[in-house]
Every structure is written in structure tokens, then in C-alpha cells.
Design a protein around this ligand. Structure first.
Ligand code: A2H
Length: 254
């Protein structure tokens, strides 16, 4: 890790109604978002789901813009010093939640080709990084592909968290970035090459990430959207700015 703050892009994933029990007492007029922290805003085109850790704590709080965000309290506290809340340094907590309360939510998220996606369980999410909410892009993130395959392969895992088949089985990685020698689903390629078995295969996953990340950033070619056929490194900033201007994302530091 370098010195100085890390910049993340927060992707605002809107929770669609009807809300589950735990969210029913939120002010009905305000939109509610799971806010996912990413270092790769140009991969929003490939989102297939959202990841939540079932056992960590989250909060719902109101922002300065008449919206409700759900993320870890630690992240909300940081946001309160970055202009996200009405009163600098303080958060107006509306509900305390545990991850399992917010699994299986139906979400609308920017730019992906799926109309709606769902929040699903991932066990390697760290409580002390980002927002505790992760946008899943299994085409380009080996962690995301491994966690998606774990749920697809394991019906008892789905049952344990009450994840319905329609929340997972129709969702497949979307080809969004071409990387020379790894093809257009680079995370799938390395997952298979290294014979990765699960999201807990930490050593192989680390190796998989080292194999594709730098190459993806420098040699990757976008395959979809307005910036089709452009290099990732040339359009990453433009895509990020566009998401922010559309109020679909925000910048967050920690
Ligand atoms: B990235 P860094 Cl396509 N726990 O977004 C575990 N992982 C987390 C997290 C948390 N609390 N918060 C964010 N992340 C993930 C996209 C992506 C990401 C792609 C490829 C690589 C990649 C789609 N998921 O990350 O430790 C998020 O996944 C490469 C490292 O702060 C976020 O960006 O460097 C990244 O890890 C932040 O990790």
C-alpha cells in the first residue's frame, strides 16, 4: 500500500421495492443505495451482482442529498468528513443491519447489461476496507468469479442464505475487456488455468490477480459501450467522470 489516501469510486446501486422487513421503516420517499467501493470504475459494464458479507455490520444513514446509503459504519464515518452528510463529522444512523439482512435485494446499477442484479454473500470481504459492499465483475475479477462459481456450484450454500436460483443462475460474466493472451473473460481464463476451487483459494487467487491486473490496465481494450475499441487506460477517467456527473457514483477516500 502506498502513502496517502486511497481513492475509490462509489457505485450507487439502488435498492428496488418491495423492501425486505428490515428496511421497511426507512422513509419511503428517499431512494436507498448499497454503495460499492471500486478501483475499476470502467468495469461497471460487467456487473452481475453485488457482494455483501453476511456476518459484518452495516448501517443505513441519510446523506446531505436526500438519499439513504448502506455501508459499514466505518465508511460512513469517513464519508461524514468528505461532505456526504448534512453535518460534518456526524452520521444520522437510521438502522443498524447485519449483512444477512441485506442479501437477496433486487438492485438497479449503472451501465451493466442486466436490468436488475441481486446482493449475494461473499466471505472474503474485509470489514476495514472500502464500504464493505463490492460490485461484482466476474469477467475481470478472479475474486468475484470464484465467489460467483461457489454459489452456482453449491445449492446448500444458496439455501443457507435464502438465495433463489433466479438471483444467480441466469447471471454469467459479460465480456467487457479484451486482454491479449487472456481473451475477453480474463478472470475466467486464469481461474481455469490455475484450477481455482473456491473464493478461499487465497494463494492462487493472488497469483491470478497478479497475472491479469497490470495487463488489463495497460493493454486492455474496452469491448462495450460508448468507448468501445478504446484502451482502458485512456477512458477510465472519462467513464468515472460520466458516472459522477450522472449522480450514479461518487468519489470516496480512505
Ligand atoms: B474492485 P484494494 Cl473488475 N473487501 O472492483 C474485499 N475486497 C474489496 C473490498 C472489501 N471490503 N472493497 C472493495 N474490494 C474489491 C472491481 C474490480 C476490482 C475488478 C478487478 C480488480 C479489482 C470489481 N469487483 O480490485 O485492496 C473491489 O474490487 C483489484 C484489487 O483497496 C476493489 O476494486 O486494492 C478492490 O477490491 C479494492 O482493493
Amino acid at each position: 500500500e502506498g502513502i496517502g489516501p486511497q481513492e475509490y469510486t462509489l457505485i450507487k446501486m439502488e435498492i428496488l421495492k418491495p423492501y425486505p422487513k428490515k428496511l421497511q421503516f426507512l422513509p419511503i420517499k428517499l431512494p436507498v443505495f448499497l454503495v460499492a467501493a471500486t478501483l475499476r470504475p470502467e468495469t461497471v459494464y460487467g456487473q452481475t451482482n453485488c457482494w455483501i458479507h453476511p456476518d459484518i455490520n452495516y448501517i443505513a444513514f441519510s446523506t446531505a442529498n436526500e438519499e439513504i446509503f448502506i455501508c459499514t459504519k466505518r465508511a460512513a464515518q469517513n464519508m461524514s468528513w468528505q461532505g456526504f452528510t448534512k453535518c460534518e463529522g456526524s452520521i444520522n444512523i437510521l438502522i443498524n443491519l447485519i449483512g444477512s439482512d441485506i442479501l437477496g435485494l433486487c438492485l438497479k446499477t449503472p451501465k451493466t447489461s442486466y436490468n436488475v442484479i441481486y446482493s449475494l454473500p461473499m466471505f472474503t470481504i474485509k470489514e476495514d476496507k472500502g464500504t464493505g459492499v463490492v460490485a461484482s465483475v466476474p469477467s475481470d475479477s478472479p475474486d468475484d468469479y470464484a465467489a460467483l462459481m461457489d454459489l452456482k456450484k453449491n445449492i446448500s450454500l444458496r439455501n443457507k442464505y435464502n438465495i433463489k436460483d433466479n438471483m444467480i443462475l441466469p447471471y454469467n460474466p459479460i465480456p467487457i475487456i479484451e486482454i491479449e493472451t487472456f481473451g475477453n473473460l480474463s478472470a475466467v481464463t486464469v481461474y481455469e488455468q490455475l484450477n481455482i476451487q473456491s473464493q478461499n483459494d487465497i494463494i492462487k487467487l493472488k497469483q491470478a490477480k497478479e497475472m491479469i491486473y497490470l495487463k488489463g490496465f495497460y493493454d486492455g481494450l474496452l469491448l462495450v459501450g460508448k468507448y468501445k475499441n478504446r484502451k482502458v487506460q485512456d477512458v477510465k477517467q472519462i467513464i468515472k467522470d460520466e458516472l459522477i456527473n450522472n449522480n450514479e457514483a461518487a468519489i470516496y477516500y480512505e
